[in-house]
Ligand binder design. Structure first.
Ligand SMILES: [Zn+2]
Ligand SMILES: [Zn+2]
Length: 274
């Protein structure tokens, strides 16, 4: 069953396709389950919202998000399972706000991410400013672990996200292996809290040039009792739906994953992929 449960529409500041365009493309590609997981990032100094490409805060448009999703569901809901989602960034910075949003909006599924480090600086400019990979990973994993402990997300998204942007010596492999001890701590909490682990297809077009996270990360997640993976193209454009799908499924099977999952009204709907 084709599914894609990490995507963005124009309800996210960086989404390029409307909800209708995403649904049309999904139906054309044969997708049966599609989730819109729009951005909501918490900040230290700004109100919660999203950072645009210039590092400026864009307010979170809660009503627009709600209305555009339900309009799409009304129009396309008989042809695909459309899920109401959100991608939380750094929710541990504003836990009360995040929980209140969840209580108000009754999302189907919640992705947990970290995009921004201290000083409300996105990882992309942070890496560009010359910070070492170690420094970035250290701060990143602090926030990832704090988020996993909150138990607020259904799936841990793009765990290898900083690898897309950190600077490494020429020829050096982009890998989470140097950080294995803390990654394992994160995976243990993720698995114990019943969260799924996402395989994200966007790495294919980033510096890592492959879907991620690496196979050993998925194996370690399973070893801690984790059961489910989610797949997300992280499409911000309709044509990118299912980006990296085949590679992600192959990676999951190779790592020994038996079930993928999507969440509806926050309840897991697992299905076999082996
Ligand atoms: Zn993200
Ligand atoms: Zn995303």
């Amino acid at each position: 069953m084709l599914f894609d449960v990490h995507t963005h529409t124009t309800s996210s500041h960086d989404g390029k396709s409307t909800p209708f365009e995403m649904c049309e493309a999904a139906i054309e590609k044969g997708i049966k389950v599609l989730a819109f997981t729009e951005h909501w990032d918490a900040f230290e100094t700004y109100i919660s919202g999203m950072l645009d490409d210039d590092g400026r805060c864009v307010a979170f448009r809660e009503n627009e998000l709600h209305d555009s999703f339900f309009e799409a569901k009304e129009r396309y809901g008989d042809r695909l399972t459309l899920l109401y989602g959100i991608e939380f960034g750094e929710p541990s910075l504003k836990p009360t706000e995040a929980k209140e949003l969840v209580a108000r909006q009754k999302f189907d599924m919640i992705m947990g991410s970290v995009h921004v480090l201290d000083g409300d600086m996105d990882i992309i400019p942070y890496a560009a400013s010359g910070a070492s990979a170690e420094e970035i990973m250290d701060k990143y994993l602090d926030r990832e672990i704090a988020m996993a402990k909150m138990c607020i997300a259904d799936s841990l998204s793009h765990l290898d996200y900083p690898l897309r942007y950190v600077k490494v010596a020429p020829g050096e492999k982009l890998s989470l292996l140097p950080y294995r001890e803390r990654v394992r701590e994160l995976l243990r909490i993720t698995a114990q809290n019943g969260m799924a682990l996402e395989i994200n297809g966007a790495g294919l077009v980033k510096a890592t040039k492959c879907v991620g996270p690496e196979k050993w990360v998925i194996e370690d997640y399973l070893s801690f009792g984790g059961q489910y993976i989610t797949f997300g193209s992280d499409a911000h454009l309709a044509q990118d739906l299912l980006r990296g799908y085949n590679e992600s499924m192959a990676l999951a099977r190779e790592a020994g994953v038996k079930y993928a999952v999507y969440f509806k009204e926050r309840r897991p709907h697992p299905f076999r992929i082996d």
